[in-house]
Write a protein that binds this ligand. Structure first.
Ligand SMILES: [Zn+2]
Ligand SMILES: [Zn+2]
Length: 108
């Protein structure tokens, strides 16, 4: 009978020893999920932004008339994706000083 009690004893010990690990793992999963969600939210917020600011602080509208770098078609509307071939744009030159502005939502 003592061996059975020992077994339950060890099981209890193992559960106590493993529970902080399990809690840590849970926290890790939670933190990763929150970080991923926050990143997605930030990307969505950037994509919804109507103005991109270049390194010199010039505002550039994200909607207008653009030329696709891949198919060379001119498309209207949101700058981030060509409405003709569907290619995603990665950057745009500032309309005022010409400095390249990388899109914050690109490359994710
Ligand atoms: Zn295109
Ligand atoms: Zn500029």
């Amino acid at each position: 009978m003592s061996s059975l009690r020992d077994l339950s004893h060890w099981r209890l010990l193992a559960a106590v020893a493993l529970s902080p690990l399990a809690a840590l793992y849970g926290l890790f999963l939670l933190a990763r999920g929150v970080r991923r969600g926050a990143r997605r939210l930030a990307g969505a917020r950037h994509a919804l932004a109507t103005v991109l600011v270049c390194q010199n602080g010039h505002p550039n509208a994200t909607t207008g008339r653009w030329e696709c770098a891949r198919c060379k078609a001119t498309y209207l509307g949101w700058i981030g994706r060509c409405s003709v071939c569907g290619a995603g744009a990665g950057w745009t030159p500032c309309g005022i000083c010409g400095a390249g502005i990388p899109f914050p939502w690109a490359g994710r």
